[in-house]
Structures are given as structure tokens and as C-alpha cells.
Design a protein around this ligand. Structure first.
Ligand SMILES: [Zn+2]
Length: 501
């Protein structure tokens, strides 16, 4: 919430309507591919272009993913939901109506918890329903063209109660929603491609003389990035408070319910919203139950089966990894940023058998520090190789520095299609550490000879002088011994040979 609004006693209420594209293979009511980033009008048929006499058939894939979304977000799933036609005219809506679920949606009363530095909120979700997307109008300089590839692609719409209070909470909500639905395999969540779009309703309120001087609801449509949603809400809160406070004494709240369009920040102008239209009255969409589509019937057994097969969500994984492996919050957040990352971490753990906390931590570190630093690293290096690397380190077969060199060599070998045996690679590069007593003794002797000052200091009681000797022995071994082994051998050697008189 902006400082402005709290200082002057304003509160903000924000509700969201989020459209989520379902990651199905085909469209909602026909078998055309659910792909629209191609040549225009490549994926169309009589059904999705509304030709007379064509009949829709509801796709099972879309129902399954919508049901996954509903169960993941704790909705009460309606055993019998229905499809309605929402009529309006638009050039990219060839049927003249959109199939949606108005009166009997798939689910009601869901919830999603969010946390910002300010507060933790359990956000009530009013409803979730299945609907189809419209086509796209492509505006050129001379004309407008219609591309129907997107017409009929499957969406769910999720509607929240107006309980959010700031731009930060809107961002937190959209992030949480996107990650839960991505981990449930419902959507790719790619906002750049319009896979998640939000309509935001913002109003400001202040109690005056015991009455809620409720501001009027302003809707900003079609925000396709979290940054845009945040900027739009921040701007709208300030704009509405200023409009209210600058009104002549005794005048009513300025303006009525409005729909506004968001204009992103440019080099010369900050982000803002502009008026699209005033809502003089509710638009009449002439909702009509679709006579071509049977009601969607779902048994309790079917609903529970979908719920039971849901993979762990990001919050559950973060909590479990912090508890079981004592991973830092930061590490768990990096590892759960995408489902692919989380799956990769789990795949390495699976190959380590039942790893203890130190192995799991080492794995997390290798992924977050090293593999993610390599472009496409997780796609290049198989999880089994990371498990092997972590094991070699844990067994002191290789130093940390050596392991980095080995990883780089492995990536190179993979890109060249060469041998990828880690034992062989580290042998070729001379990275294997020796535990042979003869080797260790020789390096320790070299260190003792090289640093008589440190030997003398150690005998004089300065125990930390051993560090200098470990360093010298490491140098003598050229990285082929572990500092731990050298320290043990060194300490024994110093004890055996008393100070020289
Ligand atoms: Zn089609």
C-alpha cells in the first residue's frame, strides 16, 4: 500500500480475475492443436470458426487440467457443471458467442495463501470455470486482420474476493498462483505468450462520519505481466485517492464505475491507465445454456483420483526440504522456481539413494551455484552425473576446485559427444586426490622442510600455524590431496618430531 493511502486513512480493495491457458494438446471443443504462435489460421476447423451445422465435443484433456487446477486450489468441485453461451460481437469471435460456465461453474470457494513482508493472507477464491478463448485481431497500418488459431483454445478463469490491499499483494498472488498451477502441470504459465492474464478491480475506501465512503470499482483489463499488474494497481490507487481528495467540498465521488486500459512505462512517460469506457449498466450477454454441450458430470471418485495424483506443490517441497535437509529458504526458493528445477533436484537425490542433509545440501549448492550458471545447464548435464560428482566430493576423491574443473570438462565432453566417464575424465586431468600414505607423507615432509618458521611456531603453542603447513602441503600435492587428510598426517608428524634443540 502506498504511504499516501495509509497516512490519509485510505484503504484499498483489489480483486482479480485471472485467465489461465490450459496446457492441452488440442482446443476445448474440437481437435485442432492448441497452438497459435504459428502462421495465422493454420489451426482452424468448422467448429472453432463457428460454421453452421458443426458440433462441438468437449475435450477430456481440458477437463482433467481444469480439475487439477480446481483441486490444487482447494475448490469445492461441482459434480454437475454446465456450459453457457456468452453472446457478444467481435471480429475475432466468429461464432458470435463464447462458451463459458456462467451459472454453474466447475468449482466454488477455493483458497490460496500468500505472504508479503506486510502480512499473510488466505485469499478466498470465489469460483473457477472453464471457457474458450477468442481469436486475435492483428492491426496493421492499413487494416485489421483476424487470426483464429487462438479461437477455442481452453482456459480456466479464477475469480478472487476483493481482499488484496496493495500492488505487492497482487504480485505475490499472481506468483503463487502461477507456481502452483505450473507445478500441477496445468499451464506453462508463460505470461509473455498470454498463458496467464489478469483483470484487476481496484477501489479505494475511507470511513467518514461512520460511513464507508466507498470508492467505485475500476477494472483494468488484460494485464499480461506481473510487473504490469503491479504498476497498474500502484498507479490506480494514487489516481483514485487524488481524484477523491481534489473534489470540491461536498461533491460526490468523481466518476463512476470504469474500465481502463493499462499503458506501460516508456522512456518519456511513467506507467498509467487511460479510460476505455464507463460502465453505464451491466452489459447484456444474453447467457444461454449451450444446447450442443451436455452438462459436465464428475463423480466424487473421479475428483478424488485427480486430487490423489497431484504432484507436490512448490510450498510443500520448500517446507519439506527445509525440514528434512536443513536447506536455506533461499536455496529452496531457487530450486522451486520452475517445476523442471525441482524435478532435477529430486532426480539427483533419487540417484543418491537416501542422502543425508550434507549430501542434499551439496547437491543444492551445485545446482544453484554451478549448473544454473551454465546456460541450459540442467538440460545438458544428466542428474546421474551430478550425483556422481557429489559422491566423489563426499568421499574426498576430488577437491572442490577439482570438481569445478571436472564439471567444465564434462560439459565440454558432452557438447563434443566424447566420453563422459567422470572417473576417467578426472584421471586424465590429474584431478583425483590421493589417500596413499606414501604420497601424503612425502607432501607433508616437503611442507615441513619448506616452512621451518611454521613448525617452530606450532611447537611454541600457536596451533593455527598448522594452517600454513597444510597450505604448503596442498601446494606440494598440486591439489591431489584433501586438506583434511593432510592436516591429520601433519599433526601426527609434528607430534612425533619434537622441537629441535
Ligand atoms: Zn477447430
Amino acid at each position: 500500500m502506498s504511504a499516501h493511502s495509509t497516512e490519509s486513512g485510505w484503504t484499498t480493495r483489489i480483486g482479480l480475475e485471472v485467465h489461465v491457458r490450459l496446457a492441452t494438446r488440442s482446443k476445448l471443443l474440437c481437435s485442432c492443436p492448441n497452438r497459435f504462435e504459428t502462421e495465422p489460421n493454420l489451426h482452424i476447423c468448422p467448429v472453432c470458426t463457428g460454421q453452421p451445422g458443426s458440433l462441438p465435443a468437449l475435450g477430456k484433456g481440458a477437463v482433467l487440467l481444469a480439475l487439477r487446477a480446481a483441486t490444487r486450489l482447494d475448490f469445492e468441485v461441482n459434480p454437475k457443471s454446465r456450459f453457457d453461451r456468452k453472446h457478444y460481437f467481435y471480429p475475432d469471435l466468429p461464432k458470435g458467442y463464447q462458451v463459458t460456465q456462467e451459472a454453474h461453474p466447475l468449482g466454488r470457494n477455493g483458497s490460496l495463501s500468500i505472504e508479503t513482508p506486510g502480512r499473510r493472507v488466505e485469499v478466498p477464491l470465489r469460483r473457477i470455470h472453464i471457457e474458450e478463448d477468442a481469436g486475435r485481431s492483428v492491426h496493421t497500418e492499413t487494416c485489421t486482420q483476424v487470426d483464429c488459431n487462438r479461437a477455442g483454445t481452453p482456459l480456466v478463469e479464477i475469480v478472487t474476493d476483493p481482499v488484496l490491499e496493495s500492488a505487492e499483494e497482487v504480485a505475490a498472488f499472481l506468483r503463487r498462483l502461477r507456481e502452483e498451477l505450473r507445478f500441477a502441470g496445468v499451464t506453462d504459465g508463460d505470461m509473455d505468450k498470454g498463458s496467464l492474464r489478469a483483470d484487476v478491480n481496484v477501489s479505494v475506501h475511507r470511513v467518514e462520519g461512520g460511513q464507508d465512503r466507498g470508492g467505485v470499482r475500476v477494472e483494468i483489463k488484460n494485464l499480461n505481466s506481473i510487473r504490469y499488474a503491479t504498476d497498474a494497481v500502484a498507479f490506480e490507487i494514487t489516481r483514485q485517492v487524488e481524484a477523491y481528495e481534489s473534489r470540491p467540498a461536498g461533491a460526490a465521488f468523481p466518476g463512476g464505475a470504469e474500465t481502463r486500459r493499462f499503458v506501460p512505462q516508456t522512456a518519456t512517460k511513467p506507467a498509467h491507465t487511460v479510460l476505455l469506457r464507463r460502465k453505464e449498466g451491466a452489459l447484456d450477454y444474453r447467457f444461454l445454456e449451450d444446447p450442443d454441450l451436455a452438462p459436465l458430470l464428475l463423480s466424487q471418485t473421479e475428483i478424488e483420483a485427480v486430487r490423489a495424483e497431484l504432484p507436490d506443490g512448490p510450498l510443500a517441497l520448500r517446507d519439506r526440504w527445509r525440514l528434512t535437509f536443513d536447506l536455506s529458504l533461499y536455496d529452496t526458493e531457487v530450486l522451486t522456481q520452475t517445476p523442471e528445477r525441482a524435478a532435477y533436484f529430486l532426480a539427483v537425490l533419487a540417484r543418491l539413494g537416501s542422502p543425508d542433509a550434507s549430501l542434499a545440501k551439496a547437491t543444492a549448492n551445485w545446482i544453484t551455484n554451478d549448473l544454473l550458471a551454465i546456460e541450459g545447464g540442467l538440460g545438458i548435464v544428466p542428474p546421474a552425473k551430478v550425483a556422481e560428482l557429489v559422491t566423489m566430493l563426499a568421499k574426498d576423491q576430488i577437491s572442490h576446485k577439482g570438481a569445478r574443473t571436472l564439471l567444465a570438462a564434462l560439459v565440454r565432453a558432452i557438447s563434443l559427444g566424447q566420453g563422459q566417464d567422470l572417473g576417467q575424465l578426472s584421471d586424465e586431468l590429474g584431478l583425483l586426490q590421493s589417500k596413499a600414505p606414501a604420497d601424503l607423507d612425502a607432501w607433508v615432509a616437503e611442507a615441513i622442510a619448506a616452512r621451518p618458521d611454521a613448525v617452530e611456531a606450532w611447537h611454541a603453542g600457536r596451533e593455527q600455524a598448522v594452517d600454513a603447513l597444510v597450505g604448503a602441503a596442498m601446494a606440494a600435492s598440486q591439489g591431489k590431496a584433501s586438506p583434511g587428510h593432510l592436516r591429520d598426517v601433519l599433526t601426527a608428524a609434528l607430534r612425533d618430531h619434537g622441537p629441535e634443540d
